[in-house]
Design a protein around this ligand. Sequence first.
Ligand SMILES: Nc1ncnc2c1ncn2[C@@H]1O[C@H](COP(=O)(O)OP(=O)(O)OP(=O)(O)O)[C@@H](O)[C@H]1O
Length: 578
Amino acid sequence: MIRHLFQLCPQPRLLIRLSALHAVLAVLQGLLLALLIPILDAVLRPQPDFAAATPWLIAGGAGLVVYAALTAIATPVGFAASMDLAAQLRHRAIDHATTLPLGWFTAEHKTRLARTVTADASNIGQLAVTIGAPAIISTLVPATIVVVTFAVDWRMALLFLALAPIAFLTLRRAARIAAIADAELDAAATEIAGRAIELGQAQPVLRAAGHGTTGSARMRAALDEHRASYRRGLRRSLVPDLTYTAVVMAGFVAVLALGAHLMLSGELEVAEAVALLVLAVRFLEPLGGLIELIGALRAMDNAIVRVRALLDTPALPVRAQPVHELADAAIELSGVTYAYGDRPALSDVSFRCEPGTTTALVGPSGSGKTTVTRLIARFFDVGQGSVRIGGVDVRDVDPAVLLEDVAIVFQDVYLFDDTIEENLRLARPDASWEELEQAARAARLDEVVERLPDGWRTRVGEAGAQLSGGERQRVSIARAFLKRARIVLIDEAGSALDPENEAAVSEAIANLTRDRRRTVIVIAHRPATLAAADRVAALDRGRVTETGTPADLRRSGGTFARLYDQYDHARSWRITAR
Ligand SMILES: Nc1ncnc2c1ncn2[C@@H]1O[C@H](COP(=O)(O)OP(=O)(O)OP(=O)(O)O)[C@@H](O)[C@H]1O
């Protein structure tokens, strides 16, 4: 565990200094106790010899001063080490998370990441200090006392030595059970965190279903499981904990019995017997305390394992000499196959999109449209085949260059709770006002900004809640303009937009392709977008079934024609229903 802790910590300077300080303190404590032997020997005689005791008392006093000084130093070092360790772990976890494939960020992994960065990092930082220090003392003080005891009476020293492995074995069993209990408790706590996020996000659905105030059954089940794991842990650890305490107590009885025997048989002086008794107490007391530390030590060990699991997750592979410039924005998929685990999503998908064109992806739900866009943006890598941009396999492109050249307009656009200006500047922080306004005009965001009470300085609310879905999409398209991304991947809103937003978003998409260097792929749901596309790729169950111009495909009467009629029918139904 100690090795793992040091491996996790790239700069363990403070941790090493702290551990060394506590090791010195532990040995010093043992040596100070050893001074009792000559002092008691000089004082507990029929004729006390204070002169003989004086040098030892002076040495003891000096030792206590050093001990106090080192303890005073250890406190701020411990605090700094705890904060430093937690900060280093957070940075490592976050830095590593930014290198992971975007496909890794599932709801479960996001909750795990949040817990690693918050709970695990601070627990490791705190426990390494609050538990690490007593753990060092609880092992080094008894070890020093064993050495010292050999100087007084070898039989007592051997008894101490014999007790240590028995205590260690029973402690190990208690530790194993504590580790299992902690892992179960942490899994239950992570489940609660996940359910809490879900509960917040799913409030509209829950309320619509009449569960707004009572909360979800899944949350209650998670809370029940957490309580049950806690009880299970307590029940399981009862016997091993009691066994360990019994071993320590039995050790104490054995020490008393041996001390009494040696004294009664005249083999030990009273002073030596008293000194040994004090040493025995200081030998057994920290051992007894270990049982209380072990649960926390195992909790720290489990937290270390979780942080390591995150850090060991393979990053998106980057070539040693990646391509830094893409000749153009032509996109070509050749024989692309992809599966989520063992669930196939795409099989042998091939099509090409030329710069300056818009390609509409159509197909029934689950046909693989989103997966195609994810692979182009390299959220994850293809199983077989290749995705090429400007003739270069995306796996060979510098990820930063890819991020710069690709803009994604999601169906559900996430905006930060900040001004509309800052939300746009995210795409290019150093953009001038003129560029900002130009991007807004092209995305038809300018008319939204004009309507807002504080114009560009209007805050959009949490996740952009103060803007409608269509308005949020316009912000996202404006970001793509501002970023000067040559590839724009759009997941058009599937749900109904009001006519004004629908027309605005369609015009914004059309504006994107005015730049002949830009390639646009849109997962289309509206007949207007389908009709305006230069080309269409129709997907069904992960395969491309048709490609061609919208007019040709409508005439051919295949999947596209059927879907087009469905969308058109749904639209006219919506209009009539209004
Ligand atoms: N993260 C994921 N993990 C596992 N399976 C997934 C994941 N995302 C998509 N799938 C599965 O892959 C297949 C293709 O999904 P994809 O989202 O690409 O389809 P789609 O055509 O975009 O669907 P929709 O129009 O409903 O958004 C589906 O069977 C889907 O269930």
